[in-house]
Design a protein around this ligand. Structure first.
Ligand SMILES: Cc1cc2nc3c(=O)[nH]c(=O)nc-3n(C[C@H](O)[C@H](O)[C@H](O)COP(=O)(O)OP(=O)(O)OC[C@H]3O[C@@H](n4cnc5c(N)ncnc54)[C@H](O)[C@@H]3O)c2cc1C
Length: 224
């Protein structure tokens, strides 16, 4: 297992075959992507074999990722039952505008994790919820009301180990065929930069609570 942990893309199932030069085998780069993104896609097949892919919030916790969701959700019930899952996280970094349709592409960082989820209970479940909350908005968990016993019951928290995973990163400009270089077409990269907008207060926010917390300002300054 240590060997798996050391090396994204090192199993037969996770070896990047298509454009293998984009494979990244650096575990810290995997961590960086998982820490930077806020949304992933979790996939599992039901008993008929039909796969379902759903967008989910998540957080990295050491060498695992954590998910939370309704205990009644089909996806979470499937995952809690231990079916094989596939989890992906993608950050789109820009468009690669080549002179031909064939060479036009995207710049991205993209991770895939294969495995089985386990269900967290008790203290680790509560800690997991906190970690997901803090991943989305660092500094807020201390301020908001903690989940009640009823809310905890209605929420499943799952852990997926980062044992079998891969990371693929595409960056750089277009690589056009030399025959296309003289075409009268602009070519290059269009980087994509994400940033938060202005906070919009809730309609029912009491005036005495109107001050924007510092942790929101700090988070807004982060551009991924
Ligand atoms: C934003 C975005 C847009 C894309 N658009 C397209 C598109 O329109 N058409 C297209 O053909 N491809 C696209 N790709 C690339 C696509 O994700 C696959 O890498 C590619 O299609 C090769 O698939 P494959 O099954 O042949 O990969 P293989 O190389 O055979 O996959 C083997 C293993 O490599 C790993 N792997 C493969 N791809 C990725 C990945 N993206 N991230 C992490 N691990 C990976 C997995 O562990 C996988 O099991 C896109 C990728 C991103 C991130």
């Amino acid at each position: 297992m240590d060997a798996l942990l050391a090396n994204p893309g090192c199993t037969e199932r996770t070896r990047v075959r298509r454009l293998p030069e984009h494979a990244v085998r650096d575990r810290s780069a995997l961590h960086q992507l998982l820490d930077a993104a806020l949304v992933g896609h979790l996939a599992a097949a039901d008993e008929t074999g039909q796969p379902y892919v759903l967008p989910v919030a998540y957080a990295r916790s050491g060498e695992s990722v954590l998910f939370h969701g309704s205990s009644a959700s089909r996806l979470f019930r499937l995952c809690a039952a231990g079916v094989p899952v596939c989890f992906t996280v993608t950050e789109l970094d820009g468009l690669v505008l080549a002179r031909s349709a064939f060479e036009s592409s995207m710049n991205y960082r993209s991770a895939m994790v294969l495995g089985h989820c386990t269900v967290l209970h008790g203290r680790t479940k509560e800690l997991g919820l906190r970690q997901i909350g803090e991943h989305l908005m660092p500094g807020r968990w201390e301020e908001i009301r903690a989940p009640s016993a009823q809310e905890l019951k209605a929420t499943a928290v799952l852990e997926l180990p980062l044992d079998e995973c891969s990371l693929k990163v595409s960056d750089g400009g277009p690589t056009d065929d030399s025959a296309d270089l003289a075409l009268p077409v602009w070519a290059g990269r269009l980087p994509l930069v994400r940033q938060w907008g202005e906070p919009v207060p809730a309609d029912d926010l009491a005036p005495e609570h109107a001050r924007i917390p510092e942790y929101i300002d700090r988070w807004r300054q982060r551009i991924s």
